[in-house]
Design a protein around this ligand. Structure first.
Ligand SMILES: [Zn+2]
Ligand SMILES: [Zn+2]
Length: 158
């Protein structure tokens, strides 16, 4: 089991934040927030559905979608993109910048201040506010560099 980065107060505090904005705390919302708090990684909709199945076995995948959407509208949850399609969810205040290998999909969590200098320059020179967390930085991991599989990737449309 990977260590969780959650404690019970996080759930209460997050539910309080939701209530403070006038949103109802439904069983599905509580279960989804609990799942995100308990995981040590960003979760796809399928991950969330699998995680809450034991406590909310009747929750349909479409309910998980709707719940994640409504929590995102409330600013509690944010989505991030994988390099080649796919979206994963995280609590808004826990999103992180990632680097992702273009070939094998390996992702590395980066310290939040790593792109601070770039963000500062974009703001100063271009009046541009960088969103560092929404997409990963793309590149090649050590095992994918210089191998036969390192040809430029192809986009698979599905
Ligand atoms: Zn997006
Ligand atoms: Zn790789």
């Amino acid at each position: 089991m990977p260590p969780t980065r959650s404690d019970p107060r996080d759930l209460d505090a997050t539910l309080d934040a939701l209530r403070a904005q006038g949103h109802r705390v439904t069983a599905a919302r509580r279960a989804v927030i609990h799942a995100l708090l308990s995981a040590d990684h960003d979760m796809t909709t399928g991950d969330v559905a699998a995680a809450i199945e034991s406590t909310q076995p009747d929750t349909h995948l479409s309910t998980v979608y709707r719940t994640l959407e409504s929590l995102e509208e409330a600013g509690i949850v944010a989505h991030v993109h994988a390099a080649h399609g796919g979206v994963a969810y995280q609590l808004a205040d826990r999103t992180q910048q990632h680097a992702e290998c273009d070939v094998c999909g390996l992702t590395i969590e980066l310290p939040s201040d790593m792109l601070a200098g770039v963000a500062r320059q974009l703001r100063a020179k271009h009046d541009f506010e960088l969103d560092t967390r929404h997409f990963p930085l793309l590149g090649r991991c050590s095992s994918c560099r210089g191998t036969e599989g390192s040809a430029p990737h192809r986009h698979i449309r599905g």
